[in-house]
Design a protein around this ligand. Structure first.
Ligand code: FES
Length: 317
């Protein structure tokens, strides 16, 4: 595993904050300052056995000495969230990578935040930022039940800016009421939650001008078939090497096998660690990070999952 920066932090506090959700407060064992971050950023938690999982920072970005993350126990956990819930205890050390931000808050006249379940975590610091800047905002926050909705108590102080919509009381989020067919001028929408919610929000905003909706996924969606099934060439311009990427092999694997180091973490197109500049050729984007305009620009790719549409790609490696 190759991660840009890793740091060993101590679990300063662990607390249940909702049904199935614990919040971890992480601090440097010597009380040192932690690397700065911005709202929307996440950490890689590096767990025993080399598992890495991404968790959004949901604490106060102006607190230079602690990080806070919220961890949902995933029913089909591959060991990550189960380890955090069942094994990791206050006082334990844990390695982290990052912070890294693929979901940055950009200036707007007004924000609409839409959260589904644990998707509230990256939005909490965004709300804090909007408050500091005096920017108008509203939050629509859905969850299975009221008791499963983490940090709802913290949000109560914002009064009617916050709409809590537990599914067992209110049904599915009424997106038609919140997302009109025509975008509201000046409003940017930030949405984080399960794949079904993101897809529904994307459908509602399909006719809007680009850049008004930003989403963040926690899990990779199902990958469709790649654009091509034949091998393709990847030239690593700075290294002066060329490699052939076979069907079924990732670009990352082919590059690593050729002895060229590329930083990686999630290997699912989610975390952004393996971002690589594309100098020539047409990538087949298969990540969950780039928006349509960034995909069309074709000047970078995430080599852990993305492939090539052209016979040859030239990468800045
Ligand atoms: S390693 Fe996470 S996006 Fe490629």
């Amino acid at each position: 595993m190759n991660i840009a920066t890793t740091l060993d932090l101590r679990v300063a506090a662990k607390a249940a904050v909702a049904e199935g959700v614990v919040a971890l407060t992480l601090a440097h064992p010597d009380g040192r300052r932690l690397p700065d971050w911005t709202p929307g950023a996440h950490l890689d938690l590096i767990l025993p056995g080399g598992l890495t999982r991404q968790y959004s920072l949901c604490g106060d970005r102006w607190d230079a000495h602690t990080y806070r993350i919220g961890v949902l126990r995933e029913p089909d956990s591959r060991g990550g969230s189960a380890y955090v819930h069942d094994e990791l205890a206050e006082g334990d050390m844990v390695a982290i990578g990052g912070p890294r931000n693929n979901f940055a808050l950009v200036p707007a006249e007004r924000y609409l935040f839409i959260a589904g379940g644990i998707g509230i975590t990256p939005l909490l610091p965004m709300i804090h930022q909007a408050e500091l800047l005096g920017t108008d905002w509203q939050l629509l926050y859905g969850g299975r039940t009221r008791t499963s909705m983490a940090f709802a108590g913290e949000l109560a102080r914002h009064g009617d800016r916050v709409t809590l919509a537990p599914q067992d009381e209110c049904g599915l989020l009424d997106l038609a009421a919140w997302l009109p067919e025509r975008a509201r001028p000046g409003t940017k929408v930030y949405c984080c939650g399960p794949a079904g919610l993101l897809a529904a929000v994307e459908r509602r905003c399909a006719g809007w001008p680009a850049g008004l909706l930003r989403t963040e996924r926690f899990a990779a969606g199902a990958l469709g078939a790649p654009a091509r099934n034949e091998p393709f060439e990847v030239e690593l311009r700075r290294s002066g090497l060329s490699v052939t990427v076979a069907p079924g092999q990732s670009v990352l694997q082919a590059i690593t096998d050729a002895g060229v180091g590329v930083l990686s973490s999630c290997r699912q197109g989610l975390c952004g660690t393996c971002e690589t500049d594309v100098l020539e050729g047409e990538p087949d984007h298969r990540d969950a990070l780039l928006d349509d305009a960034e995909r069309a620009a074709g000047d970078c790719m995430f080599v852990c999952v993305s492939r090539s549409r052209s016979d040859r790609l030239v990468l800045d490696l």
